[in-house]
Design a protein around this ligand. Structure first.
Ligand SMILES: C[S@@+](CC[C@H](N)C(=O)[O-])C[C@H]1O[C@@H](n2cnc3c(N)ncnc32)[C@H](O)[C@@H]1O
Length: 288
């Protein structure tokens, strides 16, 4: 929820009073998924570094490519691409705080002069038509309320023949249990995950050709491994720092504990997680 909407909701609640006031007081602190991530400077996508490497292969990047990354979060992939591929890179994110973390990371990793970071919305990209050779995005389009609009934007800013590559969480078995859908959407900013055919259809309807998809199932072990692979000791330290900050706040902030309780899934939902939830890498090309 954006600040404006939050403030509006909060103002409405004061006219209604009672339990709603209390709920909005908790929300005012904002424990939402992205707020927590941007406060403590951690983001991730399913598949981790290995999925990024595969995305780079499928999109056939070279050092000469002009690449746009959408929803860069704290800049892990941007820094990796600047170092390992050396392509010209522009990375955008909806959140100013994420961009600030990403700039800090790029400075720390000595690649700040090779990446342009700026605030930008996937659904309304601040670039002219036919600017980039490739557009990539990892775990972002699921959060866009208007996915077709976002995909139209990806097509618009690509040069003819340019490639798009999206790594997105996907329902690898369908239909997923309603409770699991509700739990993930509620805990992750209203994200809407699609099944692989849905992601392909989105690119197809958006005008992309040469569609490709590679779908991966997850296990608890593969998810942990994907969180850690390709991470430097500093990345791991960042995660521990964020986890420590979260635990400290959890122990001292009753509102956070109350909020976390509202997210708690049932055991049945937890057990169904890896059966239904995985990710895919979806690619396409803009016609010449
Ligand atoms: C799950 S995180 C993934 C971040 C990064 N790609 C990574 O793999 O670490 C999603 C990111 O997308 C950003 N985001 C969400 N909606 C967006 C939109 N409409 N346009 C641009 N960025 C968006 C969020 O601020 C967040 O940084």
């Amino acid at each position: 929820m954006g600040n404006g909407a939050r403030e509006r909701r909060s103002a409405e609640s004061h006219t209604q009073g009672g339990a709603k006031d209390k709920r909005d007081d908790v929300e005012k602190k904002d424990f939402s998924y992205f707020c927590i991530q941007s406060r403590w400077g951690v983001t991730k996508h399913l598949g981790g570094r290995r999925a990024t490497e595969r995305l780079v292969e499928l999109c056939a990047f070279t050092a000469d490519s002009k690449v746009l990354e959408i929803g860069c979060g704290v800049g892990i992939t941007a820094c990796y691409l600047a170092k390992e591929v050396g392509c010209s890179l522009t990375s955008v994110d909806l959140s100013e705080q994420m961009i600030a973390w990403a700039k800090k990371r790029a400075t720390r990793e000595g690649v700040a002069d090779r990446i342009t970071f700026q605030v930008g919305d996937a659904q309304n990209l601040p670039f002219s038509d036919e600017t980039f050779d490739a557009v990539i995005s990892e775990s972002v389009t699921a959060f866009a309320p208007d996915k077709p609009k976002a995909v139209n934007e990806y097509l618009r800013v690509l040069k003819p023949g340019g490639r798009v590559g999206l790594t997105e969480a996907s329902w690898v078995k369908t239909p997923p249990p309603a409770e699991l859908v509700e739990f993930l959407s509620h805990s992750m900013e209203g994200a809407e995950f699609l099944e692989p055919e849905g992601w392909r259809a989105l690119l197809d309807r958006g005008g992309f050709t040469d569609l490709g998809s590679e779908v991966s199932h997850l296990t608890a072990r593969s998810q942990l491994a994907s969180d850690l692979n390709g991470q430097s000791w500093r990345d791991v330290a960042d995660r521990f720092r964020a986890m420590g900050a979260f635990i400290r706040q959890y122990l001292t902030d009753a509102d956070l504990r109350r909020y976390a309780k509202t997210l708690m899934p049932s055991r049945r939902t937890m057990r169904s997680f890896f059966t239904y939830f995985g990710y895919g890498i979806y690619t396409g090309r803009k016609a010449q």
